[in-house]
Design a protein around this ligand. Sequence first.
Ligand code: FE
Ligand code: FE
Ligand code: ZN
Length: 290
Amino acid sequence: MLIIGSHVGYKKDKQMLGSLEEALSYGANTFMFYTGAPQNTIRYEIDKDKVIEAKEKMLEYNIDINNVIVHAPYIINLANDDPSKYDFSISFLKGEVERCHELGIKYMVLHPGSHVGLGIDKGIENIIHALNIVLEGDFDVTILLETMAGKGSEVGSNFQELKRIIDGIERKELIGVCMDTCHLNDSGYDISDFDSILDEFDKIIGLKYLHCIHINDSKNVRGARKDRHENIGYGTIGFENLLKVLYHEKLSGIPKILETPYILDKPPYKEEIEMIKSRKFNEKLKENVD
Ligand code: FE
Ligand code: FE
Ligand code: ZN
């Protein structure tokens, strides 16, 4: 069965229950959220009653909480060991893992980090050291390293770099990977030959480490190292190529999450999920946008 959802909001009052309700309004059977604004560190205490309510509603709608994803905020940078920032990133990420645990969420997506001129080797070393500290706790939350576009000094824009990080992690049962189709395209992978990408991933990292896929088209050509998401079928990857990823037999149990841009200030996810389910491109989606 296709497990499809999108990025959704998370607000102080309704918390994960609100995120779930937004996802249901799109016809989704999973979703991804930040436990607060991704660009700041303000986090509210998790309301246990709301967690129970959300879990009950998930049962009612046949949504498996193991398919629901949290995304770590992008202010965390584990690759930079500047003391003023490194300790903050580590402790904030630890807090995020604890919040996932309280919410009953199993998978958290993380951008590995940017080495900011320290070099790839030092960046990877810093990420490994930090993750081993974060994963020390008694929590059953798996961190998924996202495949990155390679913008600036981003670490993790190819499978080899992710493999080097994973090799350094002590608790391998708590580490995995999230592929992002826009990022793969922008870092140079050819999504039109997705079978080869999966084969390469399997050889280098191992398919058992893959637990989430971000489905986005790209505004830029392959290898541009830009990271600008486009609505599905409107970018350089194309609708048919994304369908092949979405319906790939080897990935049937893996949640697929849309992070495509809003259209005229409105979320496009209901329409995009319809397109995906019907496997028919909707050329009217961006009709009023020039
Ligand atoms: Fe991401
Ligand atoms: Fe992503
Ligand atoms: Zn991105």
